[in-house]
Write a protein that binds this ligand. Structure first.
Ligand code: CNA
Length: 245
């Protein structure tokens, strides 16, 4: 069966998305050749090292300098045809939930109503002392004005995203688990499927549930999929939208 037939014969579709869905919006992913990991070291540190809790605790000025230069501005980007295709898939009653590893807020901006942000959301920030929340504009201003953003209480304000070596939010992970368990079709879009525990959620689908993988390179889950499409996800989802409308 092709993707259109799989969607048409399914009742509970869940999309599992990664950085590859946002590359058409001008946001680099992590692991492809133009990805953030290959964008070079920052003040002698790799992006992976800087984006860890350990590094955040040790050297906040470098953490925030890196965040401001390489990540924060990416939150200004616009959703692309893949994000819009998933909105359409929800409107026709097929897509019930998006489980995303992305922090770029683009599913929400596009208008998808049920999005589980496994790794948090860079459009939000919070004080690590009093938990006061700040929006994107407020946090941007703090980043411009201070080496280390500070709350009115004096605490450090950080993006509401999950760093490497940090736990995922239990409630969001549990909700994602239940969505995958409820699905009769899971479509993984633009993810290398190597980041854990996020990728392990795909193993939680029921045996009856079919898995489709849309990614322009191979993934460790390809052998478990009913259908693997090694193409640009924008092209694939645009075609799907035309076929189902
Ligand atoms: P990844 O490991 O960088 O994998 C992305 C995958 O998408 C790669 O296999 C690419 O080959 C593939 N890809 C890139 N563009 C396309 C395209 N147009 N069509 C099809 N495939 C494409 O990223 P994952 O999401 O798998 O890894 C999870 C990390 C990345 C999470 O912690 C994210 O928070 C983090 N991340 C998020 C963003 C974002 O929010 N947009 C950007 C960069 C990294």
């Amino acid at each position: 069966m092709n993707l259109t037939d799989l969607v048409k014969t399914s009742n509970y579709v869940v999309a599992f998305t990664g950085a590859g869905i946002s590359t058409e919006s001008g946001i680099p992913d992590f692991r492809s050749t133009s990805g953030l990991y290959l964008s070079g070291k920052f003040e002698g540190h790799s992006p992976e090292e800087i984006l860890s809790k350990r590094f955040f605790l040790k050297d906040k000025p470098t953490f925030f300098a890196f965040y401001k230069e390489r990540l924060h501005n990416l939150l200004n980007k616009k959703p692309n045809r893949s994000h819009h295709a998933l909105v359409k898939l929800e409107q026709v009653g097929k897509l019930k939930c998006i489980v995303t590893q992305n922090i770029d807020n683009l599913h929400e901006t596009a208008g998808s109503s049920k999005v589980l942000d496994l790794h948090g959301n860079g459009a939000r920030s919070r004080c690590i002392s009093c938990c006061e929340k700040y929006n994107y504009e407020q946090f941007s201003k703090m980043l411009e004005e201070k080496e280390v953003p500070r709350c009115f209480c004096g605490g450090v304000v950080r993006p509401d995203t999950v760093l490497f070596d940090e736990w995922l939010n239990d409630d969001i992970f549990d909700a994602a688990y239940h969505e995958i368990k409820s699905a009769d079709l899971v479509i993984s879009i633009g993810s290398s499927l190597v980041v854990q525990p996020a990728a392990s959620l795909l193993s939680e689908k029921t045996p009856e549930c079919k898995l489709v993988i849309i990614n322009n390179t191979e993934t460790p889950y390809d052998k478990k999929a009913a259908l693997v499409i090694h193409e640009n996800c924008g092209d694939v989802l645009e075609t799907l939208t035309k076929d189902i409308s």
